[in-house]
Design a protein around this ligand. Structure first.
Ligand SMILES: Cc1cc2nc3c(=O)[nH]c(=O)nc-3n(C[C@H](O)[C@H](O)[C@H](O)COP(=O)(O)OP(=O)(O)OC[C@H]3O[C@@H](n4cnc5c(N)ncnc54)[C@H](O)[C@@H]3O)c2cc1C
Length: 509
């Protein structure tokens, strides 16, 4: 099993062993330094090394530690942000280009799996999206028209292959699924086989420009002609933190009482929607259902999200046993499309790929292919579409305003309802809380052994107060999604520094 940026254990992380590093550090100067060992970073590193660049991949923890280890790995051209929305915000031509790029990526992943004999259970499938009332019927009808116009093979169906109640439904051909970590790890091995270097447990904490890009990571300093930040959201402070909203999404894996696992991908139209599929892992079939999304740090009881998701699964499937429960983070771009290309506000040699919504298997791979073309100087029509410096279309603006109003509220309304120190006594083992005292405040966690761990609740990114995530036992920032473990160590960007440690014993009588 490998580590992931949370307390819960995903189906994927449980079924993979630590990456057997095959490369050794021989140089401190590279053509391209790639930061982040998820699907975006590993695919980018592989493609650039293959194209002739000398590459170094730096990962803060272990490969698959981020959302790639906590995904559900649908490979779908039927994207979370509908083609109707993409068409409205960017025009139908862009919607068509995004549909083509998404379909190409599914073909690319299949080709990679075949070429390198990657045992990742890649399988093609159909997708079904279904409505359950009149309002959803109307929304589905117009989304289906837009998807058809974008080039997807969409058909109407009267019933679903699964016993799920619906008032209308569509079937979309040309989708797929796979196990993400075997794919990631094999690709990483191939990257090393062609001369690439990987360093795990190496968090980048500083970037400077001295002719080349210099990055500081632990005791090392590396230089590269180009730097790719494949960290899911860029570290530090950047305009893109205002253009991406961080969300948590929840997933469960279950064994069913009968062998009637869904063969395809399913999406309802609830808010937030549920996403369903199954996958064979190590000879065992699992149903995988996701949903219950909410903004990071905005849910008081994240354990409830798991319970609600599980209740939904039990209502719709004959479940023998829920085997895994996990949650993970994604980033929603305000205007509906990812940001891939040169990092705004930085020198031209720094690239970024973020804002993938719940489609990062697709967009992370699109990013890798696009970044390769950009670094090779090959013209690619997607460069303008995903340009992180693009002007914000009007349609995204209201979402932008409301997200940042939300963030502003977090700055002003610094604390949860006033709590006082005596509440520490009530803290159950495994629970955390932000406590206010006299002129200060602290984030306190009581571990299973009853020991208190206390840190400053002030996020080191932009100084919002973190809140406790009971499901993942982490301190989550409601403003830009930075996350920390109970001792304040960074789990997720954009923070690069730990929460300040505080000593409860010295403060509490
Ligand atoms: C519950 C859930 C279900 C999803 N399901 C799907 C799906 O079905 N299909 C789909 O296409 N997408 C899905 N997504 C989205 C998709 O999983 C993600 O968009 C994708 O995994 C992001 O990959 P990444 O490589 O960009 O980032 P990550 O996988 O998060 O990798 C980033 C890496 O960067 C490292 N890092 C961060 N900061 C630093 C630093 N300073 N120095 C060094 N390393 C650093 C991290 O440790 C991490 O390993 C889902 C997301 C969630 C939350």
């Amino acid at each position: 099993m490998i580590n992931r940026d949370g307390y819960t254990i995903s189906l994927w992380q449980q079924h993979i062993s630590a990456f057997p590093l095959g490369s050794t550090l021989q140089a401190h100067v590279y053509d391209v330094i790639i930061v982040g060992g998820g699907i975006t970073g590993v695919t980018t590193a592989f493609l650039l090394q293959e194209a002739g660049f000398k590459c170094l991949l730096l990962e803060a923890a272990n490969l698959g530690y981020g959302t790639t280890g906590g995904t559900t790995a649908h490979l779908n051209t039927l994207l979370d942000v509908s083609y109707e929305t993409i068409g409205k915000n960017f025009g139908e031509q862009v919607a068509r280009a995004v549909a083509v790029a998404s379909a190409n990526v599914i073909g690319f992943i299949e080709k990679m799996a075949q070429e390198y004999a990657i045992d990742c259970g890649f399988k093609t499938a159909d997708a079904y999206q279904y409505a359950q009332n009149k309002e959803q019927d109307d929304a589905l009808a117009s989304q289906a028209t837009a998807a058809t116009n974008a080039g997807l093979d969409v058909g109407r169906v009267a019933t679903l292959p699964l016993p799920l109640r619906c008032t209308s439904a569509i079937q979309v051909k040309g989708q797929a699924m796979f196990s993400p970590l075997p794919y990631l790890y094999e690709l990483a091995k191939e990257f090393e086989n062609i001369g690439g270097v990987i360093l795990e447990n190496t968090r980048v904490t500083n970037i400077e420009h001295k002719g080349k890009v210099e990055v500081t990571a632990g005791e090392h300093t590396f230089a590269g002609r180009k730097l790719v930040l494949a960290t899911h959201i860029p570290p530090g402070i950047n305009l893109l933190h205002l253009r991406c909203i961080s969300y948590r999404s929840y997933a469960v894996a279950a064994r069913l009482a009968q062998n009637d696992y869904p063969q395809d991908l399913y999406y309802d139209m609830e808010e937030p929607f549920h996403y369903i599929r199954s996958q064979e892992v190590d000879g065992e079939q699992y149903l995988i259902v996701g949903g219950e999304d909410h903004k990071t740090g905005h849910h008081e009881n994240t354990n409830l999200c798991f319970r609600q998701l599980e209740a939904w699964v039990n209502k719709h499937f004959n479940v023998l046993e829920v085997t895994h429960r996990w949650s993970s983070q994604f980033y929603e771009p305000v205007d509906g499309l990812p940001y891939i290309g040169q990092l705004p506000g930085e020198e031209e040699d720094v690239y970024v790929a973020t804002g993938f919504s719940g489609n990062g298997m697709i967009y992370g791979t699109i990013a890798a292919l696009l970044l390769r073309d950009m670094l090779l100087g090959v013209l690619n029509e997607l460069e303008m579409i995903f340009d992180p410096n693009r002007l914000k279309p009007i349609a995204g603006f209201s979402n932008f305003i409301s997200h940042n109003a939300d963030v502003a509220m977090q700055y002003v309304n610094k604390l949860l309802p006033a709590a006082s120190l005596h509440l520490l006594a009530d803290l159950a083992p495994g629970e955390g809380r932000v406590i206010k005292y006299e002129s200060g405040k602290m984030a306190v966690y009581k571990d299973e052994g009853g020991e208190l761990h206390s840190v400053s609740p002030v996020c080191t990114h932009l100084k919002c107060d973190v809140s406790w995530n009971s499901g993942e036992k982490s301190w989550d920032c409601p403003c830009h999604g930075a996350r920390y473990n109970p001792d304040g160590q960074v789990l997720n960007c954009p923070a690069t520094m730990a929460l300040e440690p505080l000593h409860v014993a010295a403060t509490v009588k």
